[in-house]
Design a binder for this molecule. Structure first.
Ligand SMILES: O=C(O)c1ccc(O)c(O)c1
Ligand SMILES: [Mg+2]
Length: 627
């Protein structure tokens, strides 16, 4: 039995650019093979032999040529013409140096609903292919005229009974119809499966053709059970390439190298998910166990740092430490550590130059930082080592897709903690009712970045994505997907907006890119925390409380207390409650949220997002000096 993991391949249709661009991107991301999608060859100005030698020079195989359409079960004279057309494509394949052609099921009105006839046609085509040492794989398109399920395709392949003809499976076509591969291992010998294409997708209610042509994404980015599909294929004995075939408008408009790297990351992640007694483990260290957020680091300059400190003071933060060797301050309250970094010639300074005052790093508590780093490296992430002073702790870091750093901190490591080793700690006490920790960190992403972020956090840190949802900003729609680790210690809602006018869109414009849009702090008593503190809370209109009373039947004193502090409220089906308030924004950039979870509430108050975003559209940003 050949070694697992299986060879990794990608269809050229996944990537932007010219055919040579696509080959280079696939090779540089580490793929072993590419499927040549015919339109990419038709638009290429050069002979197929040139593509063959370019692939050879790059060290990648051409795993397959596709698609050959609308072949089987048509009346004469079209049948004869189709066979002639096949011979022409065999010539191209031989020039390309690939021996496998994907024949997808006929979508034409004229196709005849007769499996025996389809089998006879494919048998004749296979006979001609075999004469040239070529093979055919038959794939059921989910929108095929008469053949749209793998079982039908297999029935036809079996009837045709030709050694040069086998089955091609594509996860999208199977899973989009709600079908599974149950029975595959019993019915189909592994060596009759000639090729396997993988794609994930978000769950959408639309016709399956448009869903397939525009919204596919890489395994782990969508909501289809691609891992189970792949497991079934392996259980059937398939040992050929796993090949990504993703039609996605955004991916085809994005830099090919970035998408190719995401693509390869998805397959490395998939290998690790498949690692089971029946499948030898891929050499990927396990995801870290997360212990929450140790600190968030803001890139500032001198004046920006002073303004942000003043803003934080209104929430009850105090300066708790000064870095021993750098222009870096620790601001602290209860279990929340915020680092303000104004050190020139640092990663933070580079971030500040590009983005202005903003979060430049997030530090996560992990059980084993070295293991987490090697997992990230195996998943093609770039890593970062900051210069450190004598006696200071080195904190390993992974670069997130937005360019910020994710620092990996081992709590309870032997010896002094990072704060004691790197800072002169200042004495002082929290006011009563201090914040407990970081509940969640919300990101605003530019259009097209969601899938890459989801895959990054899922693969590297083992966060699980919730289904996507739409949030109504007064200036346009915001699409949101929250991710969290299984214990809910690290939570990250991700927001993206097509409109530049929404709060999310404005942030991305102002920041010149994605970043942390708000940070939610947890407290056991949101009202108690806000009482008498004078924090610059976002004002919520009375109409909201009127509706809240009607929806949840809250007693008047409860409603009045919420209204007084501009607190928002949500309740889940199990009776879990969410009580939260927002600050106005800091310089129209980022803002904070105070969050109280009761009774296992696990969401983010999505029902209140519209009210919050409308209030933000009205509110003036916070100004130093209370202006
Ligand atoms: O969208 C299509 O037509 C198409 C073509 C070839 C494939 O392998 C496929 O999955 C879809
Ligand atoms: Mg396919």
């Amino acid at each position: 039995m050949p070694e697992l993991p299986l060879p990794k391949s990608i269809a050229t249709v996944c990537l932007s650019g010219s055919l040579p661009d696509k080959l280079e991107a696939a090779a540089s991301a580490g793929f072993q093979g590419v499927e040549i999608f015919e339109p990419d060859l038709l638009t290429h100005d050069g002979p197929p032999e040139g593509i063959r030698s370019m692939a050879a020079d790059l060290g990648i195989a051409i795993t397959l040529f596709q698609p050959f359409r609308d072949f089987e079960a048509v009346p004469e004279p079209q049948r004869r013409r189709n066979l002639d057309r096949a011979e022409r494509k065999f010539d191209v394949m031989q020039a390309l140096g690939t021996d496998l052609l994907l024949v997808c099921s006929n979508v034409q009105e004229a196709a005849i609903d007769d499996p025996a006839r389809a089998a006879a046609d494919l048998r004749e085509m296979a006979e001609r292919a075999a004469a040239r040492g070529l093979r055919l794989g038959y794939e059921a398109l989910a929108w095929g005229r008469h053949v749209n399920r793998w079982r039908q395709a297999w029935d036809i392949v079996k009837r045709a009974d030709h050694p040069a003809l086998g089955l091609i499976l594509d996860s999208f076509h199977t899973l989009s119809l709600g079908d599974t591969l149950e029975g595959l291992a019993e019915e189909v010998p592994g060596d009759r499966i000639l090729f396997v294409q993988l794609a994930d997708a978000p769950r959408l209610s639309m016709d399956v053709l448009n869903w397939s042509r525009h919204f596919r994404n890489f395994p782990g980015q969508g909501e289809l059970p691609v891992a189970e599909f792949t497991r079934a294929v392996l259980a059937a004995g398939y040992r050929g390439p796993l090949s990504l075939e993703v039609f996605n408008d955004g991916f085809r408009a994005a830099p090919a190298r970035r998408i190719a790297r995401d693509a390869h990351r998805s397959l490395i992640w998939l290998d690790s998910v498949l690692a089971a007694p029946s499948v030898p483990a891929a050499p990927l260290p396990p995801a870290p166990e997360l212990g929450g957020v140790e600190f968030l680091e803001f890139a500032v300059d001198g004046p920006g740092g002073r303004d942000l400190s003043a803003f934080l003071s209104t929430l009850g933060f105090r300066k708790a430490g000064q870095h021993r060797s750098k222009a870096v301050e620790l601001w602290r309250q209860g279990g929340v550590n915020l680092v303000l970094n104004a050190e020139p010639d640092s990663a933070a300074a580079g971030h500040f130059e590009l983005h202005g005052p903003s979060v430049c790093a997030t530090a996560l508590r992990v059980d084993d930082a070295a293991r987490a780093m090697s997992r990230a490296e195996a998943l093609l992430c770039s890593t970062w080592r900051e210069r450190v002073g004598e006696g200071e702790r080195h904190i390993p870091a992974v670069r997130a897709p937005d360019g910020t750093l994710i620092l990996l901190v081992e709590p309870g490591a032997a010896g002094r903690n990072i704060w004691e080793s790197d800072f002169h700690l200042l004495p002082g006490d929290d006011r009563p009712g201090a914040l407990e920790g970081v509940d969640h960190i919300a990101y605003a992403l530019a259009e097209g970045q969601m899938d890459g972020f989801v895959l990054f956090h899922r693969a590297v840190f083992g966060l699980h994505p919730n289904p996507p949802m739409d949030l109504p900003d007064p200036q346009g729609l915001v699409r949101s997907r929250a991710m969290a680790d299984p214990a809910g210690r690290v939570r990250m809602p991700l927001n993206v907006s097509e409109s530049r006018q929404t709060a999310t869109g404005r942030f991305v414009s102002a920041m010149a890119g994605a970043g942390v849009h708000h940070i939610a702090f947890s407290t056991p008593d949101a009202a108690g925390f806000l009482a008498g503190r004078g924090a610059p809370v976002l004002r919520i209109p009375d109409n909201y409380y009127e509706d809240l009373g009607a929806r949840f039947g809250l007693a008047d004193p409860v409603l009045e207390a919420l209204e007084r502090d501009h607190l928002l409220y949500d309740r889940d089906a199990a009776g879990g409650e969410f009580i939260h308030a927002y600050t106005v924004s800091f310089e129209d950039r980022f803002f904070f949220e105070i969050v109280e979870r009761r009774g296992g509430y696990d969401g983010y108050g999505a029902a209140n997002a519209g009210v919050r975003m409308a209030a933000q559209a009205r509110a003036r940003p916070w100004m130093p000096g209370g202006g």
